[in-house]
Write a protein that binds this ligand. Structure first.
Ligand code: MLT
Length: 263
């Protein structure tokens, strides 16, 4: 079943395996394929649900801005559409982590366990938000190439850049194939995202914080600092990886998740 109808969208959705539901939310401006390593691992034990979020991947939309709240409402509606009522394990990377925070605010009962990968709880500075707005405008003129140029040099750890160029190429191809409108809309939504730090202390579900040792966008020190405010948080740093840790070193990330799930 590749597509489900969700909030007026034809949402592309990977829905594989049987067992407790495990939802993966991709980063910006990516798609389900960034989770291929986790999809292969966890479909033997879980029902793995991996949407292409609004306007990205194969899920088209005409929005000018997509807020984190809208992405979260889509995720909750997706769960309704596929008949998942029980609390899920929710795993989000970067923008997907911001969506997970919005899920906690708006649909907390849907989350049984939480995994935040390579993401920030802080909002953009006014300058960073302004840069995002400018980049969104440029994407509409020049296409997603401009986002690839800005982001690719910052996404990966040295081990990936030097020894696994196929991972870099795969991410580049996803960005280049994405819709300019969808990329601009998500970029504007990221620029408008709220500060999630006041909510950290009220996260009551078991939480795993995963971060690549060389993540430049959501550095380990920043994630460790916000993890300290979450009552039931476990932090795992993935050696050698950058911002795309689950894609750069799926074996290490999967082992960390399995170990944490087994507790
Ligand atoms: C992501 O991976 O979702 C992005 O790096 C988020 C961002 O642009 O800050």
């Amino acid at each position: 079943m590749p597509f489900v109808d969700v909030n007026g969208l034809r949402m592309h959705l990977i829905d594989e395996g049987d067992g407790p539901p495990f939802v993966f939310l991709h980063g910006f401006p990516l798609d389900h394929s960034m989770w291929d390593g986790q999809r292969r691992e966890f479909r033997s034990s879980h029902r793995v649900l991996i949407p292409d979020q609004r306007g990205l991947g194969r899920t088209a939309s005409q929005d000018d801005i997509v807020t984190m709240d809208q992405f979260a409402d889509d995720c909750a509606a997706m769960l309704d559409a596929v008949g998942v009522a029980e609390p899920v394990t929710l795993c989000g990377l970067s923008m997907g982590g911001c969506v997970a925070f919005a899920m906690l605010r708006r649909h907390a009962a849907r989350i049984g366990r939480l995994i935040l990968c390579d993401c920030r709880a802080l909002p953009d500075t006014p300058e960073a938000a302004e840069n995002r707005r400018k980049l969104a405008d440029r994407v509409l003129v020049d296409g997603p190439r401009v986002v690839a140029e800005v982001m690719l040099p910052r996404l990966f750890g040295p081990a990936t850049n030097e020894r696994r160029p196929q991972v870099v190429d795969a991410v580049r191809n996803v960005i280049l194939a994405s819709s300019s409108r969808g990329v601009a809309a998500a970029q504007r939504g990221l620029g408008a995202r709220p500060d999630c730090t006041p909510e950290l202390a009220s996260i009551t579900v078991p939480t795993l914080i995963l971060v690549g040792e060389h993540d430049l966008i959501s550095p380990p020190a920043e994630m460790q600092q916000f993890a300290a405010a979450i009552p039931q948080a476990t932090v795992k740093i993935i050696p050698g990886a950058g911002h795309m840790a689950p894609q750069e070193d799926p074996a290490a990330v999967n082992a960390a998740i399995r170990e944490w799930l087994s507790r």
